[in-house]
Design a binder for this molecule. Structure first.
Ligand code: NZQ
Ligand code: ZN
Length: 394
């Protein structure tokens, strides 16, 4: 097992009715004026924004609001939020929504932490953040895991670049997780969320060497099996509370670092390949991951065959074949079958996009640029490899 630091400072308030405690929670966290940040319309329509405002009013905490965050959140909205908060004297950002809203909130918080600097520089990795306002969330979709993660992903709508910045100082102070809030999700969003949760675990599970990590592997395998089981339940029965609860809790544990303890950090190439698809085609993140994963897997599996065999047997329930290679390939095919069972894409055509050769080369170039030239733990991939995987996924 590799040495590790496990830092997960986010208070979790899990279960029905948690949103009504938001006022007390922000007050305990020291907030005096809060930005309530939200997305397009779902949280307004469900009455959650009104409930949140009422909870803050009851606690006597002042607030302003800013909606309109889009999936694959835009830098423009971040800048609008920074300007609004400066003018209003906001000292705490409460995101009400999913990963896009939480990431937009984190970026606003970074911008306010260092008001004389351009926040986009963080995403260009030309400097590191030294300050960040406190952020918390009321989560409405189990997916990105931003509610407990150190990560923030923003798209610069002018350049089409979708870029991540990771820093522990942006980890949320608390997260309210009421599974009932996720019952209004369209099936496509529920399943894209499940694909993202599984992928956050797989990125950490697929390490370069076959470490002896019985506990971490066991946690990761149980998490993946659980999400796969309940994704299928929700595909048939979207109002199933227990299924919503299992998936929601899994979403946070998949991305708060737990399933990576003792690894060398994991692979993460599939995520980087997807970020380019998000930046260029504005696809839903989890669906984009599902569409490229099996192409990535078939490109790299020989470089750590024992890991792919373990995954096939322990996660996908595959009966070992005549050779390790056969077992590994059966595991990848079983994952594609699972994605089909929940109406998730297994290639770019099913995702609804058809990149040209020119666009593939552009995405591969941008991906290599974003990763400093190469990415991957199972197999280190360069620009030409990235282009090859996009082509395999067509
Ligand atoms: O905008 P509204 O109307 O709220 O609709 C949203 C949006 O269209 C809708 N939605 C959310 N909760 C709902 C709901 N609709 C009905 N009922 C509800 N309860 O769902 C759509 C997707 O929302 P979004 O926030 O985009 O989803 P998700 O949580 O999947 O976040 C995706 C973003 O997070 C980034 C992704 O790249 C993408 O930009 N990621 C962030 C990470 C992090 N910060 O740790 C890690 C991830 O790997 C990921 O990259
Ligand atoms: Zn993700």
């Amino acid at each position: 097992m590799e040495n590790f630091i496990y830092y997960t400072p986010t208070e979790v308030v899990f279960g029905r009715g948690g949103a009504d405690q938001a006022g007390e929670l922000v007050k305990q966290a020291g907030a005096t004026k809060v930005l309530i940040h939200y997305g397009g319309q779902s949280a307004v329509k469900s009455g959650l924004i009104d409930r949140t405002k009422a909870a803050l009013d009851r606690a006597g905490v002042a607030h302003v609001e800013l909606g309109g965050v889009v999936p694959n959140p835009h830098l423009d909205k971040v800048r609008e939020g920074i300007a609004l908060c400066r003018e209003a004297g906001v000292d705490f950002i409460l995101a009400v929504g999913g990963g896009s809203v939480i990431d937009s909130a984190k970026a606003i918080a970074y911008g306010l932490g260092e008001p004389d600097k351009d926040v986009w520089e963080l995403f260009q990795h030309v400097r590191e953040a030294r300050a960040c306002l406190p952020v918390a969330s009321i989560l409405t979709i189990a997916a990105a895991g931003s509610e407990m993660s150190n990560s923030c992903v923003i798209t610069n709508q002018d350049t089409g670049e979708k870029r991540a910045y990771n820093d522990d100082i942006s980890r949320p102070k608390f997260t309210v997780m009421d599974p009932e809030l996720t019952m209004t999700l369209p099936d496509y969003q529920t399943q894209s969320g499940c694909a993202d949760i599984i992928m956050h675990t797989m990125e950490r599970y697929f390490t370069g060497v076959d470490h002896p990590m019985e506990l971490t592997d066991g946690l990761a395998e149980a998490l993946m099996r659980t999400v796969m089981k309940y994704a299928q339940v929700l595909h048939q029965d979207p109002k199933n509370y227990e299924a919503r609860a299992e998936v929601m809790w899994a979403g946070s544990l998949a991305h708060n670092g737990l399933t990576g303890c003792g690894t060398e950090g994991g692979d993460w190439t599939t995520h980087m390949l997807e970020h380019e698809l998000g930046g260029m085609f504005d696809v839903t993140h989890g669906a984009g991951l599902a569409a490229v994963w099996s192409s990535w897997a078939r490109y790299v599996y020989k470089d750590n065959l024992p890991r792919f065999v373990k995954y096939a047997v322990n996660v996908m329930g595959v009966t070992p074949g005549a050779s390790d290679e056969e077992t590994a390939l059966k595991g990848i095919a079983a994952m594609e079958d699972f994605y089909r069972s929940i109406a998730m894409p297994t290639n770019l055509r099913e995702l609804g996009i058809a990149p040209t050769e020119e666009q593939i080369l552009q995405m591969a170039k941008s991906c290599a640029q974003a990763t400093g030239g190469s990415k991957g733990a199972i197999k280190v991939l360069y620009e030409a490899d990235m282009a090859a995987i996009y082509r395999m996924a067509l």
